[in-house]
Ligand binder design. Structure first.
Ligand code: EPZ
Length: 458
């Protein structure tokens, strides 16, 4: 076992130790959608009645959003993957800097706060590892609905100055089909006076899931998922109970995990047309994918060949699966080209994949990949949520063992990942203890190795 991870210094943060080359088998379970849950939780601010959201994944991002809602005065009761939110007595219109800066989705609260309390004050969420991520489309949308919005010292101050403190319906056209801006305008216009139309909105499944819940609260939202959404404002919204859609990005990550380890797998629950662009690219590169029962997909990878992808808004190829797909292309036969067209800084994984022996040349937001026979286990680090997932997939397929650091990113978007992978045959463990030297790490992995071999032999 030559290619064991090298450790530069003796101290490494909590990490994952991954044994490469283990085939996966059985079923990989998909949790509820993070990006839908975050918007649905913000929408709870629109009603004085209780809202029960079920199938919510247990993630650090959900924890932060819960903290934000509590901070505004909402009461939350959690049981496993269900959250009951009571926003009857919200009183605070200001969101604290720390919380906002650790979660961009906190900006989803502005629309509901404004329309519910007539005022909202939130620090600009600022950029993150994947791009500048401005909120101009959110702000322009709220202004179109009649809000006065100003940004002073990086704090967005928004208020409704109409006598009845109600926003007014408007015809809004987005320059770019932004997911967040569509969700902000959608939520703010539900209680506005009159009709709102959103042209060139985002069409992601998370938008459709939000519209479905809002309508079950008594809103009148039409056309979510199409190129034009119409909202007829109502006077108030009631409570409801809503089951979150499966996480298409987690499901896509698992389909790619099957392909990169060349393992036949069953994945679900999943809604196939939430992933049609990804499924067609996986078929194009050599996988057989079929419906398995009502809510699952079966994937049988064959020889994987290089294919080109360009990310774009739904129903195009999702930017959140660009990194995992690049890991697959790194060991595909032949060459491929990957263009990232949604975020301007989303190729951090290239460096780490090349560290594992990949052959990827990056020019601006395009990566040129020459497939190699195999990757080699290494000491690797995730710089954001999806590049972390990509690196884990690479470690699963690599020859030898790897040490992955960057759990603070991974835990934002993947619920119990190592548990799910272990149940499907991976040898992957989370470690908090500080190995003192390379020797002890390799010993540790080897000893674990022996244990598992013995276990499997058993
Ligand atoms: C959502 O982010 C998701 N996050 C992202 O998932 C996902 O990558 C993204 O949509 C695209 O699918 C959540 O739902 C919480 P956008 P969001 O507004 O809403 C520009 C993950 O890994 N833009 O559609 O922030 C922006 O800079 C995360 O789970 C403006 O210019 O995405 C970007 O280039 C990462 N002005 C592009 O649009 C605006 O006002 C897409 O952003 C808003 C956006």
């Amino acid at each position: 076992m030559s290619s064991v991870a090298t450790i530069k210094s003796n101290i490494i943060p909590p990490h994952l130790e991954v044994k490469g080359g283990c085939p996966l088998n059985g079923v990989l379970k998909v949790s509820g959608a993070k990006n839908s849950s975050l918007a649905l939780m913000a929408a709870s601010l629109l009603t004085k009645e209780k809202l029960l959201i079920k199938n919510v994944p247990q993630l650090t991002d959900i924890e932060v959003m819960s903290e934000i809602l509590r901070n505004l005065g909402a009461k939350l009761t959690k049981t496993n993957n269900s959250i009951e939110i009571n926003s009857e007595s919200i009183h605070n219109v200001e969101l604290p800097y720390q919380l906002v800066h650790s979660l961009r989705a906190s900006f989803f609260c502005v629309g509901p706060l404004l329309t519910r309390l007539g005022e909202a004050k939130i620090p600009l969420p600022g950029g993150c590892n994947i791009g500048a991520r401005p909120v101009d489309e959110h702000i322009n949308g709220l202004k179109a609905l009649g809000a006065e919005v100003e940004v002073i010292n990086d704090v967005v101050k928004a208020q409704v100055s109409t006598k009845d403190k109600r926003l007014r319906g408007a015809n809004i056209t987005l320059k770019y089909p932004s997911v967040g801006a569509t969700e902000t305008i959608l939520m703010a216009s539900c209680l506005a006076l009159g009709k709102t139309t959103i042209s060139n909105p985002a069409r992601e499944p998370e938008i459709q899931d939000l519209a479905k819940m809002l309508n079950s609260m008594g809103a009148k939202v039409f056309g979510a998922g199409t190129k034009r959404i119409t909202i007829l404002g109502v006077d108030s919204l009631s409570g409801t109970s809503h089951f979150v859609i499966p996480d298409r990005i987690e499901a896509g990550t698992f389909l790619i995990a099957a392909a990169i380890t060349r393992s036949p797998l069953i994945i679900g629950p999943v809604i196939p047309n939430h992933l049609s662009a990804v499924i067609s690219k996986l078929k194009e590169c050599g996988c057989l994918i079929s419906q398995h029962g009502e809510h699952h997909l079966k994937i049988i990878p064959r020889e994987i060949s290089g294919v080109d992808i360009t990310t774009s808004p739904f129903p195009g190829f999702p930017t959140d699966l660009q990194a995992p797909f690049m890991s697959l292309m790194a060991t595909a036969k032949g060459s491929s080209k990957i263009k990232e067209r949604v975020f301007e800084k989303r190729m951090q994984h290239v460096l780490e994949l090349n560290k594992m022996g990949a052959c990827i040349y990056q020019e601006n937001n395009t990566a040129y990949i020459k497939g190699v026979k195999e990757l080699v286990g290494s000491n690797v680090e995730g710089g954001d949520l999806r590049s972390s997932a990509a690196i884990i997939l690479a470690c699963l397929s690599a020859k030898g063992n790897s040490i992955f650091t960057g759990l603070e990113h991974l835990d934002r978007g993947y619920e119990k990942l190592e548990e799910k992978l272990t149940n499907a045959g991976s040898i992957i463990s989370r470690n908090f203890d500080q190995p003192t030297s390379q020797r002890s790490i390799s010993n540790k992995i080897i000893s674990e190795d022996n244990i598992n071999t013995q276990k499997n032999a058993a």
